[in-house]
Design a protein around this ligand. Structure first.
Ligand SMILES: Cc1ncc(COP(=O)(O)O)c(C=O)c1O
Length: 386
């Protein structure tokens, strides 16, 4: 079914087709060509990061992180329950046991106050997710991790260009994963990047990304042929995708400015309505700059959330919800270290609704969304009136 206002719409920044044509003319369509190099340089320069490596997805960047940390069946990895499956699945694939943590009720980020109590002698890593492009409380998490000898990996899928106390997210953990999936601020359809912030991992990351071979050393002239040297897979994207992505990166300022305006228009037009109807809006801590990735509402009840999705659908507007709690999933029964109690995750996953959000969402489209939202009749008030 197609919607007048879809939840997401791929948006062109300008030079995508030209760059893809250039990539073909260059005669280099496979991975690690000139456009991939330019994407790496862009990420390293803009984020002030030591090393960026494009990958085929954020999921694959997380899998690379699990391989680099040598996670195995003896290890536990702490992950938020309120996240996309890849955050957890990447580590379960290596045999690690997952420890699910609850999230903070305000930002819906991993609750840093719970982390220390979840660490055991088996804990290898804490994976943080900067939910909705709003940074986690990193000082506390990094201090606990350093004290307890545990690595921190950032799932930065939502948060490219967010800042925590002035530093970009994606540069704070030893490794970080970016997503360029079509729903993200910058996209090539499916894509990602691994940020290698600890230089100790660079050489092995290059091997893992290149099917377990030392091909990158061969290209640097350091060996006369490349061979199989360790575990790896095919994690590098085609230069055609990198060409598309570079065009999006080059429009960084315009894209982020458009998304900033959309986010604030939602916030300002809905805040009075939200306050008088017990609807919670996103919370951005004072020391954080968000990435303007999404706009969500927390409705008073699941009934209200589902009824608002239906009302929007009747106006041909697609709104969606996520995530179903990972600690309650069928896979958690197999891959969790033990059962967990995550009451905040369970509560918000029933009440959260995401409004349409894409870079070219027009003012008229957005007004149609907000006016429809504001004529919603809450189930709770219907109950009170009857
Ligand atoms: C928090 C989070 N992590 C990881 C992913 C996976 O990203 P990708 O589709 O690039 O593999 C997503 C996807 O939306 C996500 O929301």
């Amino acid at each position: 079914m197609s919607y007048r206002i879809p939840f997401n719409r791929p948006c062109l920044a300008g030079n995508e087709y030209k760059y893809i044509a250039d990539a073909i003319a260059n005669g280099h369509a496979s991975g690690d060509g000139p456009f991939t190099r330019r994407c790496h340089e862009f990420l390293e320069r803009e984020l002030k990061a030591p090393r960026a490596l494009l990958t085929t997805s954020c999921t694959h960047a997380l899998e690379m992180a699990a391989l680099l940390l040598e996670c195995g069946p003896e290890d536990e990895v702490i992950v938020p329950s309120f996240t996309f499956v890849s955050t957890a699945n990447a580590f379960a694939l290596r045999g690690a046991r997952l420890v699910f943590a609850d999230v903070r009720p305000d930002t819906l980020n991993l609750d840093e106050r719970l982390v220390e109590s979840l660490i055991t002698p088996r804990t290898k890593a804490i994976v943080v997710v900067h939910y909705a492009g709003v940074p986690c409380e990193m000082d506390t998490i990094l201090a606990i991790a350093a004290r307890r000898g545990v690595r921190v990996v950032e799932d930065n899928a939502h948060a490219l260009f967010a800042r925590y106390k002035g530093s970009y997210t994606g540069t704070l953990g030893c490794l970080a994963a970016q997503s360029f999936h079509e729903t993200k601020n910058f996209t090539c359809g499916e894509g990602g990047a691994l940020m290698v912030n600890d230089p100790e991992f660079v050489e092995r990351a290059l091997v893992i990304r290149e099917k377990g071979t030392d091909r990158s050393r061969f290209f640097r002239g350091e060996v006369d042929k490349y061979t199989w040297v360790g575990l790896g897979s095919s994690y590098l994207p085609s230069d055609l995708l990198a060409a598309f992505l570079l065009a999006q990166f080059e429009a960084r300022e315009t894209v982020q400015e458009k998304r900033r305006r959309i986010w604030h228009r939602y916030y300002e037009s809905l805040s009075g309505w939200a306050e008088s109807n017990d609807v919670r809006m996103p919370v951005i801590p004072a020391d954080c700059e968000q990435a303007y990735h999404m706009f969500y509402l927390l409705l008073p009840s699941r009934e209200d959330r589902d009824a608002l999705i239906s009302l929007l659908k009747s106006e041909s507007i697609l709104s969606v919800f996520h995530y179903t709690p990972l600690h309650l999933s069928a896979a958690a029964k197999k891959y969790a270290a033990h059962s967990s109690s995550c009451p905040v995750t369970e509560d918000v996953s029933e009440r959260l609704l995401r409004l349409p959000f894409y870079t070219d969402l027009s003012r008229d489209e957005q007004e149609h969304v907000t006016s429809t939202v504001m004529r919603f009749r809450f189930r709770s008030s219907i109950r009170q009136a009857s």
